[in-house]
Design a protein around this ligand. Structure first.
Ligand code: COA
Length: 179
C-alpha cells in the first residue's frame, strides 16, 4: 500500500468526501455536519486515507474521543476502492490512535443488516453489547452497539501518518494530563 497516508480531512476534501458519503449511506451526513466535525478539534478526529500523488481521499474514519472512550461515528471507503484492505487499514488506524490516546474502549453503532461492516468489526473482536431498536430513521432499522474493550494494538507496519496527526496525539495527551 505504498503512496498512502493517514491524514486529517480538511474543508478542501469536502466535495470528494460527500461523493463517498452519498454513495455509502442511505442517511448521509450533510456538508454542514462534516464541516462541524472538522472544526471541533477538541473532540472530533476526522481521519482520512489519502493517496499521496493525487491527494485523493479514498476513505475516512471519524471518531470522537470522550475521556477514555472512542466513539467511531463514521467510516466509509469509496465504492471503487473497496475490498482492497482500506477499510481495515482505517479501522486499525483508529485502534492505533486509541491506544496512543490511552482510550479504554471503542464503541460504534452499525445497522443490523450491514454484514460487511459487522464482519470487519468482528475481525477485530468488537462484540455486540446491546441492540438499539429503530435507531435509523429512514427505515426504522435496529442498530447493534458494538464495542472493543480493551483497545487492541493492531498490526501497524503499513500505517503511515502525516506527522500532524501524531502531533495532535501529543497535544491531546498534554491536555489530559494537565486536567
Ligand atoms: C465497511 C467498509 C468501510 C469496508 O471497507 P473495505 O475497504 O471494502 O474493507 P476491506 O477491504 O478493508 O476489508 C476488511 C474486512 O471487511 C470485511 N469485508 C469487506 N468486504 C466484504 C464483503 N464484500 N463481504 C464480506 N465481508 C467483507 C471482511 O471482514 C474484510 O476482512 P478480510 O478481507 O480479512 O476478510 C466499506 O464496505 C464501506 O465503505 N461500506 C459503506 C459504509 C459503511 O457501511 N460503513 C460502516 C458504517 S457502521
Amino acid at each position: 500500500m505504498n503512496g498512502l497516508v493517514l491524514d486529517f480531512l480538511s474543508d478542501a476534501d469536502l466535495a470528494r468526501v460527500l461523493e463517498i458519503e452519498e454513495a455509502s449511506f442511505s442517511l448521509p451526513w450533510s456538508p454542514a455536519v462534516f464541516s462541524d466535525q472538522i472544526r471541533m478539534k477538541q473532540h472530533s478526529w476526522c481521519l482520512c486515507l489519502r493517496e499521496t500523488a493525487e491527494e485523493e481521499v479514498l476513505g475516512y474514519a471519524i471518531f470522537w474521543l470522550a475521556v477514555d472512550e472512542i466513539h467511531l461515528m463514521n467510516i466509509a471507503v469509496s465504492p471503487r476502492h473497496r475490498q482492497r484492505g482500506y477499510g481495515d487499514l482505517l479501522l486499525r488506524a483508529v485502534m492505533h490512535l486509541g491506544r496512543k490516546l490511552e482510550a479504554e474502549r471503542i464503541v460504534l453503532e452499525v445497522r443490523v443488516s450491514n454484514q460487511v461492516a459487522i464482519r470487519l468489526y468482528e475481525k477485530y473482536q468488537f462484540r455486540t453489547v446491546v441492540v438499539r431498536p429503530r435507531y435509523y430513521s429512514d427505515n426504522n432499522e435496529d442498530a447493534y452497539l458494538m464495542m472493543q474493550e480493551p483497545v487492541m494494538e493492531p498490526a501497524g507496519e503499513d500505517l503511515f501518518f502525516n506527522p500532524r496527526v501524531l502531533d495532535r496525539v501529543q497535544t491531546a495527551l498534554r491536555r489530559i494530563y494537565r486536567a
